[in-house]
Design a protein around this ligand. Structure first.
Ligand code: FAD
Length: 623
């Protein structure tokens, strides 16, 4: 039953699939987006929140490129907080509590209204290929659709299996069906699949929680939006609460650890190192007398509460017992039990930096399917896969984001060059250039690229150019404006600094750690059209000028290494000067350039030195 042909087919309407489908359609490709259920579009099966450390950077970068997640988060947030304000600007990260139901509605409607895009409820069970090239897909209802490119963004549904104590069933998250069938078809096409797992805590009824016995956590005022396009003012709508486990909680967990599918061996999948279950925390950090729990609302029109920090796969009776030992949760009414889910994902080293499979032309991978964990990581990959599937159909070169220019580039480079041993979560420590890759300058780093590839529309481009002009004019004003000792007297005293003896430029003053841009504006008056974001960019760039300059020098070095391209079909086994392990790894990963070769685990600087010489010899030989 052949039902038509598309340019691009996206399998999965989670956070990766949404970005992929919208990007592909907006770039002019006739796109179809398949999902198991339209009611599961943009589902937040774990924490109803967007952003967080390093994840906030990804959301800003997706937004700067013209993606969806930043706008969706601003339109559906409940509470907003800037994390790590006590640390340097490189790790300041926005995080919002999100209304789960409204996030679903917002993303579904956006997809329904996107031109060139057709939404389809249907389970894809077969990838159709011919001589190493994708041809289309077949659904469980035996419908066939042709396509020039297919993006797999199946998340935690692919051969999904959930575990609660001794019980396990084939299932996706939140009672949705597991996707059973596609795994075999992908294997037949040559995709290597592996088994990962993740877990989530219980959801409980608000009425059964005693908030008076917990700490209250308020949102920030004013609220800073994720998207450069969002105009304020935005208001926090809810508060969150904090409580803690205690030794009694830990005792119940340890007494029943033999009934845990994780410790009992029923779960084979590898779990996320940086999102441990409460069992893992109690076992691995046995010296800690308590673990923090955030009690978070799931939405404005629901009384469901999320117990962050308490994911588990212990049996329901044990869950009841250990939750009831916690202050404020003594009468907890569990609405959805905590569970673990195992699922199939691919080996990301089989992908190249465009997220296309090296061995199957026209097949792309994105999201959890690529071995990552997190909505933001998924959305970032979805955007790149969607852009590149469309560009391949339109006969254009792929968009490759270098690691020195963005966290998205860092994420993808880590996946395709190093591979992952467990579900990969983005962290600022994964980048060598984090002072340059801040969340406040994502627009400067990426909006021109988004414009070039055709995803950044006129409104966003106009706004970006205006902000750039305003920033330039303001830096000039600070450079030229001399602040006289009398003008700064009160400020110097208030900040405990010696009085000025002669005039200094406003820029000089801003370089001082104790003086903020806000302080300066009180003396020299506000700059023209300077938004909070531009103000924080100016402040950081002036105060960290030296560090940023040094990082940019390192970035230029890496650029130089990355400019040494390596022939696609180079056979490394001919180079005796390179160690055997390195030759094998190089032949497997097939790096695009010397910089990428140097990041492959098991390839040492000495191997790179030999390779650099061999490449020069080859180049001279080929003239
Ligand atoms: C229990 C649980 C706990 C989690 N815990 C964490 C955590 O602690 N930290 C964290 O960062 N992230 C966590 N996550 C992960 C987070 O949910 C995912 O990272 C994110 O949703 C991945 O987005 P995605 O787009 O790759 O896939 P998903 O959001 O899972 O979406 C997949 C989509 O694919 C569709 N689909 C799948 N197979 C098919 C098919 N064959 N045909 C048609 N449609 C198909 C589904 O219907 C769905 O629309 C957890 C997820 C779950 C389920």
């Amino acid at each position: 039953m052949y039902l038509g042909k598309y340019d691009v087919i996206v399998v999965g309407a989670g956070h990766a699939g949404i970005e992929a489908a919208v990007a592909s359609a907006r770039l002019g490709c006739h796109t179809a987006l398949f999902t198991m259920s339209l009611d599961g579009i943009g589902n937040l099966p774990c924490n109803p929140s967007i952003g967080g450390t390093a994840k906030g950077h990804l959301v800003r970068e997706i937004d700067a490129l013209g993606g969806v997640m930043g706008l969706a988060a601003d339109a559906t947030f409940l509470q907003s907080r800037m994390l790590n304000l006590g640390k340097g600007p490189a790790v300041h990260s926005l995080r919002v509590q999100t209304d789960r139901q409204r996030y679903h509605e917002y993303t579904k409607q956006l997809l329904e209204r996107t031109e060139n895009l057709e939404l389809k409820q249907g389970e894809v069970v077969d990838l159709l290929t011919e001589q190493g090239k994708v041809k289309g897909v077949r659904t469980r209802l035996l419908a066939e659709y042709g396509a020039k490119a297919v993006i797999i963004a199946t998340g935690t549904y692919l051969a999904g299996k959930i575990f609660v104590g001794e019980a396990s069933i084939d299932s996706g998250p939140d009672g949705q069906h597991a996707a059973l069938g596609l795994s075999d078809s992908l294997r037949k096409a040559g995709v290597t699949l592996r088994r990962f797992k993740t877990g989530t805590p219980a959801r409980a009824n608000r009425r059964s929680i005693d908030f008076s016995r917990m700490e209250v956590q308020y949102g920030d005022e004013p609220v800073i939006p994720f998207s450069f396009m969002t105009e304020g003012p935005l208001k926090n709508k809810v508060v969150c609460h904090i409580t803690y486990t205690n030794p009694e909680t830990h005792k119940i967990i340890l007494d029943n650890i033999h009934r845990s599918p994780l410790y009992g061996g029923a779960i084979e999948g590898i779990g996320p190192r940086y999102c441990p279950s409460i069992e893992d925390k109690v076992v691995r950090f046995s010296d800690k007398p308590r673990h923090q729990i955030f009690v978070e609302p799931c939405g404005e029109n629901t009384d469901e509460m999320y117990l962050q920090g308490m994911s588990s796969s212990l049996p329901e009776d044990v869950q009841n017992d250990f939750y009831h030992t916690i202050q404020g949760l003594e009468h907890l009414e569990i609405m959805r039990p905590a569970y673990a889910i195992e699922y199939d994902c691919c080996d990301s080293t089989e992908l190249d930096a465009s997220l296309e499979f090296k061995q199957i032309s026209g097949l792309y991978g994105a999201g959890q399917f690529n071995g990552t964990s997190g909505y933001e990581e998924a959305a970032a990959q979805g955007l790149v896969a969607g852009v590149n599937a469309a560009r391949s159909v339109l006969g254009k070169d792929p968009l490759i984001l270098p690691r020195q220019g963005s966290y998205i580039g860092t994420l993808i480079d880590d996946l395709v060059t190093k591979g992952v041993m467990d579900p990969y979560r983005m962290m600022t420590s994964r980048s060598e250039y984090r002072l340059y890759l801040r969340q406040d300058n994502a627009d400067e780093r990426l909006t021109p690229t988004g414009r070039e590839i055709g995803l950044v529309d006129d409104a966003r481009w106009e706004k970006f150019l205006q902000a750039q002009q305003a920033k330039k004019a303001e830096l000039l004003r600070l450079e030229k404006r001399v602040v006289r000792p009398a003008e700064a007297a009160a400020l110097m005293e208030r900040t405990g600094q010696p009085a000025l003896v002669s005039g200094v430029t406003a820029l000089e003053l801003l370089r001082r750690p104790a003086i903020s841009y806000k302080d300066l504006v009180e003396i020299i008056g506000p700059g023209e059209k300077i938004t909070d974001l531009v103000a924080s960019q100016i402040s950081t760039e002036v105060k960290y000028e030296g560090y940023i300059r040094r990082q940019q020098a390192k970035i230029r070095d890496l650029h130089r290494q990355e400019s040494v391209e390596i022939p696609k079909d180079l056979d490394y086994s001919q180079f005796d000067g390179i160690r055997l392990e390195a030759r094998e790894k190089l032949n497997k990963i097939r790096p695009k350039n010397l910089g990428q070769a140097g990041r492959i685990p098991g390839v040492n600087p000495s191997d790179i030195a030999v390779l650099a010489v061999e490449l020069t010899v080859l180049k001279n030989k080929n003239g």
